[in-house]
Ligand binder design. Sequence first.
Ligand code: IPE
Ligand code: IPE
Ligand code: MG
Length: 236
Amino acid sequence: MTSDGPRHVAAIMDGNGRWAQARGKPRLFGHHAGARRVREVVRACPDLGVKYLTIFAFSTENWKRTQSEVAGLMSLFRRYIQREARDLLAEGVRVRFIGDRVKLDDKLTRLMDELELLTSHNDRVHLTVALNYGGRDELGRATKRLAREVAAGRLDPETVDETTLARFLDTCFLPDPDLVIRTSGEARISNFLLWQSAYAEYEFIDTLWPDFTAEVFADILASYQTRDRRFGAVTA
Ligand code: IPE
Ligand code: IPE
Ligand code: MG
């Protein structure tokens, strides 16, 4: 039995730096080109039947980059939100962010909060942006919150199971991803959606993120439909 189209697609948007380098440009040039692709990919979702799109924009490990690249990315995120907010609202996109906001600067977190509120009544496409996100960091923060509930006597440890833990994750409002795409030829997940991707299908493609067009996206979704998702069962 083959699958319907994926309802939730997650993307590890990798390869911006190499795309820029290949053109003799600074890495940030690649990040700007990558940001422009996000717009195109989000817009393609309704026609492709994708209700949830989750994109990896900045990992908890990305702070290891040079101060100037990190600052450039943070400034790009701020400008992106300011520039795109109106269109996202008009196009029915509900935007939410996952990741630890504590380390992000106040101006950026304020813009993130405002965009979440502004688009909170939209339901056409659910765009989730992972910003200062790491799967292990998320599990650590969730466990801390869960432990606090137990310590306060509001949660009986005997009732804790996998659905309890899922409720404490940043992604508590999302279904699990059906398909995780990583661009740029690296076959690793780099700490992305560790818990949530337990049964996701993976697609690792050589295309660099700034070259990831709506057509490339559509081709991947078409090949997804030929996959046989068994979830541990035996199918005929
Ligand atoms: C992905 O592109 C964007 C972020 C991680 C912020 P990279 O910046 O990792 O690009 P490469 O992998 O160096 O080409
Ligand atoms: C993963 O890409 C993070 C994002 C796309 C935001 P990286 O380029 O940071 O991953 P590694 O370092 O190659 O594993
Ligand atoms: Mg990379």
